[in-house]
Ligand binder design. Sequence first.
Ligand SMILES: *[C@@H]1O[C@H](CO)[C@@H](O)[C@H](O)[C@H]1NC(C)=O
Ligand SMILES: *[C@@H]1O[C@H](CO)[C@@H](O)[C@H](O)[C@H]1NC(C)=O
Ligand SMILES: *[C@@H]1O[C@H](CO)[C@@H](O)[C@H](O)[C@H]1NC(C)=O
Ligand SMILES: *[C@@H]1O[C@H](CO)[C@@H](O)[C@H](O)[C@H]1NC(C)=O
Ligand SMILES: *[C@@H]1O[C@H](CO)[C@@H](O)[C@H](O)[C@H]1NC(C)=O
Length: 494
Amino acid sequence: MLPLSGNSSPAEHHPKKFKSSELFDKKNAFNSLLHQFHHQQSRLWLLLVILCLQILLLFTIRFLPLPLPPALSSSTDRLRRFPSVAVVSSTANDADECRNGRIFVYDLPTAFNKDILENCDNLNPWSSSCRAMANGGFGQRADSLAGIIPENLLPSWYWTDQFVTEIIFHNRIMKHKCRVSEPGLATAFYIPFYAGLAVGKFLWTNSTVEDRDQHCRMILKWLSDQEHYKKSNGWDHFITMGRITWDFRRSKDKDWGSECIYLPGMRNITRLLIERNPWDYFDVGVPYPTGFHPRGQNDVTAWQDFVRTRRRTHLFCFAGATRAAFGNDFRAVLLDQCRNSTAEKCRVVDCAGSRCTNGTTAILETFLSSDFCLQPRGDSFTRRSIFDCMIAGAIPVFFWRRTAYYQYEWFLPSEPESYSVFIDRNAVKNGTASIEAVLERFSREEVREMRERVIESIPKLVYGTGGVRDAFDVAVDGVLRRFKEQNEWGYKWK
Ligand SMILES: *[C@@H]1O[C@H](CO)[C@@H](O)[C@H](O)[C@H]1NC(C)=O
Ligand SMILES: *[C@@H]1O[C@H](CO)[C@@H](O)[C@H](O)[C@H]1NC(C)=O
Ligand SMILES: *[C@@H]1O[C@H](CO)[C@@H](O)[C@H](O)[C@H]1NC(C)=O
Ligand SMILES: *[C@@H]1O[C@H](CO)[C@@H](O)[C@H](O)[C@H]1NC(C)=O
Ligand SMILES: *[C@@H]1O[C@H](CO)[C@@H](O)[C@H](O)[C@H]1NC(C)=O
């Protein structure tokens, strides 16, 4: 039952447990928002004080007959020297590419990554994940897409599991052009711990909280002995956690998930997650992995041309499970509207049961032949389907802002209306908004323009093999930029 191609979210298997932990989390998130606000204010004051001091200093220096005081000149000197120290053995071009910093990747004990992967038979309670974890986390080759997609692109398509970003990021970062083997030269420290894969098998079983937290406690203990972690309190450290943030935010023993993110040592570590808590600065949302892993620019261009010139026979589509367990489920309303659309303008892929779990042929075909795709929230706000939809060149229709706009800011166009449609879910629920009518109102030209924004974004939404600037590169560049700014601005709070 591992959702191989799943557009169902992980938590869909245990809605009740998840709900309560999420509710609790909203309170927590609010507290952390207040907290951040408070500290942003004190940072502002600090900045002002520093500014005043500097003006005063400059003013005094002007009237001094002496040359610059030695303390001042040496500190500016150190700043200037810094970049040249870091480049030691690289070319000038390389130095420019790494102007935002250099990365040290910890060589962790194998219990934190390699052993977990080798235990792939045992990562979930239902079946082996070994086939899904193969090929560097991409999974099995998607040979059954032959005839649906251009033949020369078949080798870049796999049946990729949605929870494999930890493996993908680890493999790629080992080959990163700004990786250094000397920690003293680094400005960023990557922790290749497979937090999500480690906890996966405990989520649905009657496991103890000790089971669920064990790996995370171990890594934090290991980190607490590391010189560079101690030096920064974790501010220049980052990690990939391949599940949604709520799987790591258990606040009470009886709730869902591990409490990894709430453990003290985790506090200042930047975390790359497929769904973030929008009110936590240290949570960064990264795209869910899809099946497309371009080998280079040629693959990307060929794919973009393919989806741009598709004949799309349906106005919109909906792929997802409608769960009987939820009486008043919004998804049931959407399914109803889809089925009732005139002249079959909407195409449904009903993923009830496990029908969508073993390959996305039907889903991909549906997205490829639709102009729009409906993206309601499930039990969590995000779903892999957003990305399956967009890489197929379909325009996403959202009903919650947290489904994408507050999640993947580094990866999506900054103006939501340029590439997506937002529909008020309450108007859909009370029957005053017809999705078909809303979507019909867009002219062919408007649809073409929105689709073009979607197609332009494709490289940033996929995980390739390194030949093209993809989601991995955007994420790592973003983290390096953040760390650099933190240093320049003293951007830290308690
Ligand atoms: C889960 O385990 C605990 C303690 O081991 C036990 O008290 C409880 O009854 C178990 N629950 C289920 C549903 O098996
Ligand atoms: C869809 O059609 C069914 C039966 O034809 C009807 O009962 C239902 O109210 C319709 N739903 C909508 C949203 O129009
Ligand atoms: C997927 O599973 C269904 C039954 O659950 C089966 O009929 C179908 O052939 C499978 N497809 C693939 C590609 O394995
Ligand atoms: C339906 O919901 C929309 C949006 O919340 C609201 O503006 C409208 O007044 C509602 N209409 C009815 C009849 O309840
Ligand atoms: C997080 O960073 C703040 C500010 O640098 C520091 O005071 C705090 O102790 C750090 N927390 C942990 C758990 O390291």
